[in-house]
Design a protein around this ligand. Structure first.
Ligand SMILES: NC(=O)c1ccc[n+]([C@@H]2O[C@H](COP(=O)([O-])OP(=O)(O)OC[C@H]3O[C@@H](n4cnc5c(N)ncnc54)[C@H](O)[C@@H]3O)[C@@H](O)[C@H]2O)c1
Ligand SMILES: [Zn+2]
Length: 395
């Protein structure tokens, strides 16, 4: 008893404690080829071979027919250390995997059938939606199985891959069921992006614009300068943009003091109150990254109108999104329903409405209410920009 620092007579104890976490991020060019050896140290087992179950986004397997044979070959070569518990599972990608509860039920029953435990590995190769759904099941089964993510979209590599959130949609609402769980590892592989369709390729960079507006004027300038090169898939612009974005996200998670979002403000959700609602109103016609592009454009113009964000910077952000060939407006913004997104956003966090806006590049302002009239003015402004599709001349 003497080693316990509390008195047995105390009836109230408020004890602060923290748990060290380790998030392993690797950058590779050919993860199931030349770089595979570098990944092996990620997997170890105290009891023999590391048991692993694999999930691959069907569209990735279709787009890269050499992918599945490569994974099989690597596992076969290292069968003395790695045990594939069941054949690699293909899973339909896109938002449907988060909307259809049958998908996540199937993942759960496969985990159970394969007898995975907390020291097993669930390996998932796919877009953000597949990572979210498989991550959700991995976070819940046995209260958490080691999860290694191989993100295959720019959005997932630049943003969600290193995140500690997993979720599926429920009751018609985004991410209503979810877990916080630190992934065991994240492998950002350039080769996995090679066959990503242009639309998805570009969509991910709205999150890069978002995080750069919040955190780094120099990263923001880089994106403004290279947005067209990124849209044209020039790797010399693409890879630095992804790296700086993922590192800013990682830094926020590991050094921002609030990885599990216990506090009111969630700066990384800049532009997301409307984005989540737009995804829902448009029945996911808009990709998450496209909806975020509109949401970021909207809150950036609002930040100018309401909080004095420099006009040139605000319009540069909108221009960067346009140069990335991303939408900055959708007619769904005109429906008043979009403002319901504010209440849903509040409910998701609990407590009072808390949004992040920009005072200047890299400087945020936390707010608890939205001036609907000014927000409507920002919507009208975006509508004009969209109608004219002119090159903005920030001045
Ligand atoms: N957990 C988080 O912190 C977090 C953060 C941001 C976004 N998200 C979620 O991520 C999801 C969006 O993810 P996304 O933008 O990666 O899109 P996505 O996962 O919906 O993928 C888009 C489409 O591209 C396909 N695809 C994926 N990679 C491919 C490749 N390399 N080649 C060919 N096709 C490929 C998919 O099958 C899908 O049809 C949303 O559900 C969003 O809510 C989660
Ligand atoms: Zn997002």
């Amino acid at each position: 008893m003497s080693s316990i620092p509390w008195s047995i007579s105390e009836d109230s104890l408020d004890v602060n404690f923290s748990v060290p976490q380790l998030l392993r991020l690797r950058f590779t060019r050919d993860c199931f080829g030349a770089d595979w050896e570098n990944l092996l140290p990620l997997f170890h087992s105290d009891t023999g071979r590391a048991r692993m179950q694999w999930w691959v986004d069907q569209s990735v397997a279709d787009a890269q027919p050499e992918l599945m044979p490569s994974i099989h070959r690597r596992l076969q070569e290292h069968r003395s250390d790695l045990e594939l518990v069941s054949d690699i599972h293909l899973i339909a990608g896109g938002e449907q995997v988060k909307n259809d509860t049958k998908c996540v039920d199937h993942i759960f029953s496969t985990i159970e059938r394969d007898g995975l435990d907390r020291r097993s590995y669930i390996m998932v190769v796919g877009g953000g939606a597949v990572l979210d759904a498989v991550g959700y099941a991995a976070g819940i089964a046995h209260r958490g199985i080691r999860l290694v993510r191989f993100p295959t979209t720019t959005l997932a590599q630049a943003d969600s891959g290193v995140g500690v959130k997993n979720a599926i949609n429920a009751f018609g609402k985004k991410n209503w069921k979810g877990t916080f769980a630190v992934p065991w590892g994240v492998v950002n592989d350039q080769g996995l992006l090679a066959k990503l369709p242009d639309r998805d390729f570009r969509a991910g960079f709205s999150e890069s614009v978002k995080v750069s507006l919040l955190k780094s004027p120099s990263a923001f300038r880089f994106l403004c300068q290279h947005a067209k090169d990124i849209a044209a898939r020039d790797w010399t612009a693409v890879m630095p943009a992804i790296r700086s974005s993922v590192l800013m996200h990682l830094h926020h998670i590991t050094h921002g003091g609030d990885p599990f979002e216990m506090q009111e403000a969630r700066p990384l959700d800049f532009g997301h109150w409307s984005a989540h609602k737009l995804e829902q109103i448009t029945q996911y016609r808009l990709r998450h990254g496209e909806a975020v592009s509109i949401g970021v454009a909207l809150d950036t113009l609002y930040s100018h109108l309401q909080f004095g964000l420099d006009r040139h910077d605000a319009l540069s952000a909108v221009q960067a999104l346009l140069d990335l060939h991303l939408p900055v407006y959708d007619s769904a913004l005109e429906s008043n329903t979009v403002f319901e997104g504010l209440e849903e956003f509040r409910q998701h966090l609990g407590g009072r409405l808390t949004l992040t806006m920009l005072k200047s590049l890299g400087h945020v302002q936390t707010v608890h209410e939205v001036n609907q009239q000014v927000m409507e003015q920002a919507i009208d402004w975006l509508s004009e920009i969209h109608a004219k599709q002119y090159a903005l001349q920030p001045s």
